[in-house]
Design a protein around this ligand. Structure first.
Ligand code: CA
Length: 230
């Protein structure tokens, strides 16, 4: 699953450039052009990281940052602030407000992408890596491939996203509803039983030729990636 980055920038040409380049760097990207829109989009879409310009119309970048930090559901949302050269005291204030990092304009796209990866790695270790390994399972997200031991495992797109999500949180038990939200999206209406069907397919594909099952069913709770088996 590509990390979802929300860019909040009112300068249209810069926003377009950022969107184009981060998209190429394998992020899923959306743009908000003012602080108010940013807060709405964050409520709707739960981004993995926000690139937030300091100077914004309506609600300023600092204020957006402050509001996000004040709410439990966005308290830990990674934020990288964009500031103009010379706004030294602003930068310090930005970090005070709770930004995870800042970058000074003008900056190179590769620098921004590297900073985004670094913040994601620090805060959500599974998210920024191209390869996640768990026991004999390896998921290569850039190439959309899965291997178990030496065998290549063929998965449909939903099974791939399910496995990717479970591998980001080994050992954690997820209810069917949580998996629906994370993998299908909260705005899609799918029956909880659908999760069982896809877990069944995922198991069949993964376990062909193997004795142990890396996915654990937790009765009346849900599913998790088995850490014992790894
Ligand atoms: Ca601006």
């Amino acid at each position: 699953m590509k990390p979802y980055v929300l860019i909040v920038e009112d300068e249209e040409s810069l926003a377009t450039l950022l969107q184009y380049n981060l998209d190429k760097e394998a992020f899923r990207v959306a743009v908000a052009t003012d602080g108010e829109e940013a807060l709405l989009m964050i409520d709707e879409g739960a981004p993995d990281l926000v690139v937030l310009d300091w100077m914004l119309p309506k609600v300023s970048g600092v204020e957006v940052c402050r509001r996000l930090r004040a709410r439990p559901e966005t308290r830990n949302l990674p934020i990288i602030m964009l500031t103009a050269r010379g706004e030294e005291s602003d930068r310090i204030r930005g970090l005070d407000t709770g930004a995870d990092d800042y970058i000074v304009k003008p900056f190179s796209m590769s620098e921004l992408a590297a900073r985004i990866r670094a913040v994601l790695r620090r805060i959500r270790p599974g998210l920024a890596e191209d390869n996640i390994r768990h026991g004999d399972l390896v998921i290569d997200r850039a190439a959309h491939r899965v291997r178990r031991g030496a065998r290549e495992v063929r998965l449909g797109p939903t099974e791939f996203r399910l496995l990717d999500y479970l591998m980001q949180h080994p050992g954690r038990v997820f209810s069917r509803e949580q998996l629906l939200d994370a993998v299908w999206g909260s705005d899609v209406y799918v029956e909880a039983r659908t999760v069982d069907v896809h877990i069944g397919r995922l198991r069949k594909a993964l376990n062909d030729g193997f004795e142990d099952d890396p996915i654990r069913t937790v009765r009346s709770a849900g599913y998790s990636l088995d850490v014992e088996a790894a």
